[in-house]
Design a binder for this molecule. Structure first.
Ligand code: AMP
Length: 194
């Protein structure tokens, strides 16, 4: 299964991907997690990315594409992946399409988690208090929502034109949302042989 999860910051992409990877048996690839790891490790990419991330803006497309290409070349991604946080703009959507065509791994589906802004703002506030992520500061969340509306929302349209987009309601319990994603994917557990 090669899946992209789309949705605004705080829509639950990371939480759902962490649950789905177990059932789908494919790795969860979060570009936000990869960048945060680079920041924590103080790598050259991390040093470049930190201020941009703290301000809730997008890190450069070149850095992201190189990071993703390297990650998808790893063994565990051969059986598929759940991509969370990429693509974030139309240039990245285009780059992803080309990269996946090059490695012969076209996407199976794109699922967008629909969550109203008011709910997002509340969730990010809770996460800010718990995890102290600078970009969950309510002021930065407003900027992230603007970046999402301006740059990321058109990505849904990009995949809709290719007949790959499914939009689901991202408000509900974790189990309810996981079930909705699985339903959208028409996913059934593999039959147990014997
Ligand atoms: P996330 O955890 O997905 O919300 O990502 C946290 C931050 O990492 C974002 O606000 C961006 O600054 C950066 N980031 C993550 N993924 C991307 C991407 N695909 N393109 C550009 N910046 C990204």
């Amino acid at each position: 299964m090669r899946l992209v999860l789309l949705g605004p910051p705080g829509s639950g992409k990371g939480t759902q991907a962490a649950r789905l990877k177990v059932e789908l048996g494919v790795p969860h690839i979060s570009t936000g997690d990869m960048l945060r790891a680079a920041v924590a490790a103080g790598t050259p990419i991390g040093l470049k990315a930190k201020a941009v991330m703290d301000a809730g803006q997008l890190v450069s497309d070149d850095i992201l594409l190189a990071m993703l290409e390297e990650r998808l070349a790893q063994d565990d991604a051969r059986k598929g992946f759940i991509l969370d946080g990429y693509p974030r703009n139309l240039a990245q959507a285009d780059a992803l399409e080309h990269l996946l065509a090059k490695i012969g791994q076209p996407l199976d589906a794109v699922v967008k988690l629909d969550v109203p802004n008011q709910v997002i703002i509340g969730r990010c506030e809770i996460r800010f208090k718990a995890e102290h992520r600078k970009d969950d500061d309510p002021e930065v969340v407003r900027d992230r929502l603007k970046v999402y509306a301006d740059q990321t929302a058109p990505v849904a349209e990009f995949f809709a034109r290719r007949g790959k987009l499914q939009v689901i309601d991202g408000v509900g319990t974790l189990d309810e949302v996981t079930e909705r994603v699985k339903h959208a994917l028409n996913w059934q557990p593999a039959a147990v042989n014997g």
